[in-house]
Ligand binder design. Structure first.
Ligand code: SAM
Length: 245
């Protein structure tokens, strides 16, 4: 898979590419490339953005700059490019990333991630150059770089060999193997700590019972919610300003 990132801050990805699972993926022939649209801007002084029509705060990434950048990188009209590879505009209001969507993206041979900054993209970039608009959550980040890393991380760790153990990305939260539910809880040594005991079934050595227990806990978390824990009234009281302590 070829993962390309178009960002005004390509150096952010230097650290990302040194992470173990990313290095593993790169060693297996996957590719991460970064491009700065400023390198192709037709405007003077490296300008890439402009004030919004209609007024308002902030600056908007220009459609002509993105057009030139994508043409420079791929040697073709970006309107056609999106029919040949996934071109994702990262935007808070886009399609929410979830495990099923990650599976879909992980099967692609090539993806381009467009990172916005400031007020975001001129809408014509999303409409005419992108195949998808993707959000990593209903909140606003300062730029698309962290969102791009979320997409890249989730997609790359699904590639065979990226993780240490081949099976570790199969039975994870929200996977098909767990029926879309969050993962069951894990425990390790010591078996008892400060009076907190590991569920005995996990120490029993009965693989079927363990698998059944895990399915139950996973399903419970899917029904109740990811933490499967109601708020503890004692903790809430302690945190209250002027509360005990
Ligand atoms: N004015 C925009 C709005 O209210 O929707 C927010 C722009 S944000 C400060 C700048 C850039 O960060 C966006 O263009 C997008 O690329 C990226 N971004 C911020 N939050 C994001 C999210 N939740 N998912 C994906 N990208 C996000």
């Amino acid at each position: 898979m070829q993962l390309d990132v178009v960002s005004l801050f390509p150096e952010w990805f230097d650290w990302f590419s040194t992470q173990r699972h990313v290095r593993n993926a790169l060693a297996r022939g996957h590719e991460v490339r970064t491009f700065n649209p400023r390198d192709w801007t037709p405007l003077s002084g490296g300008q890439v953005d402009d004030t919004p029509f209609g007024g308002g705060a902030g600056m908007v990434l220009r459609v002509d700059v993105m057009d030139q950048a994508l043409r420079g990188i791929y040697g073709q009209d970006p309107v056609d490019l999106r029919t040949q590879r996934r071109v994702i505009a990262l935007t808070p209001g886009g399609r929410m990333l979830d495990d099923a969507f990650v599976d879909e993206l992980a099967a692609e041979p090539a993806i381009t991630l467009l990172c916005g900054r400031y007020e975001g993209f001129d809408e014509r970039i999303v409409q005419h150059f992108a195949s998808d608009a993707v959000s990593v959550g209903r909140y606003v980040l300062s730029g698309g770089e962290l969102a791009a890393m979320v997409v890249m991380d989730t997609v790359l760790r699904k590639q065979p060999g990226a993780l240490g153990h081949a099976e570790s990305s199969l039975e994870e939260s929200f996977s098909r193997a767990l029926g879309g539910d969050p993962e069951y809880p894990h425990y390790t040594r010591p078996a008892e700590y400060r009076g907190w005991k590991v569920p005995p079934v996990l120490l029993s050595g009965h693989h079927e019972e363990i698998a059944g227990w895990r399915r139950m806990r996973s399903h419970e978390r899917g029904v109740v919610g990811p933490t499967a824990r109601p708020p503890d009234p004692e903790i809430t009281e302690r945190r209250r300003p002027g509360g005990p302590d």
